[in-house]
Design a protein around this ligand. Structure first.
Ligand SMILES: Nc1ncnc2c1ncn2[C@@H]1O[C@H](COP(=O)(O)OP(=O)(O)O)[C@@H](O)[C@H]1O
Ligand SMILES: [Mg+2]
Length: 218
């Protein structure tokens, strides 16, 4: 599903990734843990084609992404990869359902179809009655679930999440983590989650430890 081979990345004289090899199967929920500055975010960004490696190859679903040009890459990303960040990054002037629909519009989906799909996902998340609210009228947990819904709208095969529960309280955190597993069980999606949360790391299928730009042990 996802295969990284010999990924290196430097920022100036600082080598942040020192040759990462990693294979992730379809439907796996894996966590990436490690100290701040270990290179976790950089690795996730490269996995998601938001950044390019200096060396090495990224394959998603047998497609070699290193050979793609930017335009092709952004179309691939929009269709196959969903992102969830620590801070929801919802657009404040749009309602929850409109925020969820945006990636579908980018993919050329009609308003009717995008609305139907967005409402279906929001319903699955128990957010039907929040759909017409703007982000500032939603709780932290609700905002993050709307951000997950937005990541799902184009039915991507891979969801990449960077400390998605980092800004949530315990209750909302647990609810969000359960949601990841519910989604995997229902839609078979693959989740790669960078986290500092030990509780989450413990329940994922596999935990990858990163230290100083390398994978130490699994
Ligand atoms: N765009 C950038 N320019 C320069 N240095 C960067 C950039 N992005 C990350 N770094 C540096 O790379 C190292 C790893 O960062 P990051 O991947 O964000 O680690 P983590 O997510 O594990 O905390 C850090 O020392 C960080 O300061
Ligand atoms: Mg980070």
């Amino acid at each position: 599903m996802i295969k990284l081979e010999g990924i290196t990345k430097s920022f100036g004289s600082l080598q942040v990734l020192k040759g990462i090899d990693l294979e992730i199967d379809k439907g796996e929920v894996i966590s990436i843990v490690g100290p701040s500055g270990a290179g976790k975010t950089t690795l996730l960004q490269i996995m998601g084609t938001l950044d390019a490696p200096d060396e090495g190859t990224v394959f998603i679903e047998q497609t070699n992404l290193s050979r793609m040009k930017e335009k092709e890459l952004s179309a691939f990303r929009n269709k196959h990869i969903g992102f969830v960040f620590q801070f929801h990054q919802l657009l404040p002037e749009f309602t929850a359902v409109e925020n969820v629909m945006i990636p579908a519009f980018i993919a050329g989906t009609s308003t009717k179809e995008a609305t139907a799909r967005a409402m279906e996902i929001l319903e699955f998340m128990g957010l039907t009655d929040r759909a017409s609210h703007k982000p500032n009228e939603l709780s932290g947990g609700e905002k993050q679930r709307v951000a997950v819904a937005r990541a799902l709208i184009n039915q991507p095969t891979v969801i990449l999440a960077d400390e998605p529960s980092g800004s949530l309280d315990t209750h909302n955190k647990e609810e969000l983590h359960q949601l990841f597993f519910d989604l995997r069980n229902r839609f078979g999606q693959t989740f790669v989650i960078v986290t500092h949360d030990e509780g989450l790391a413990r329940i994922t299928d596999r935990t990858i430890y990163m230290i100083d730009g390398e994978i130490r042990k699994e």
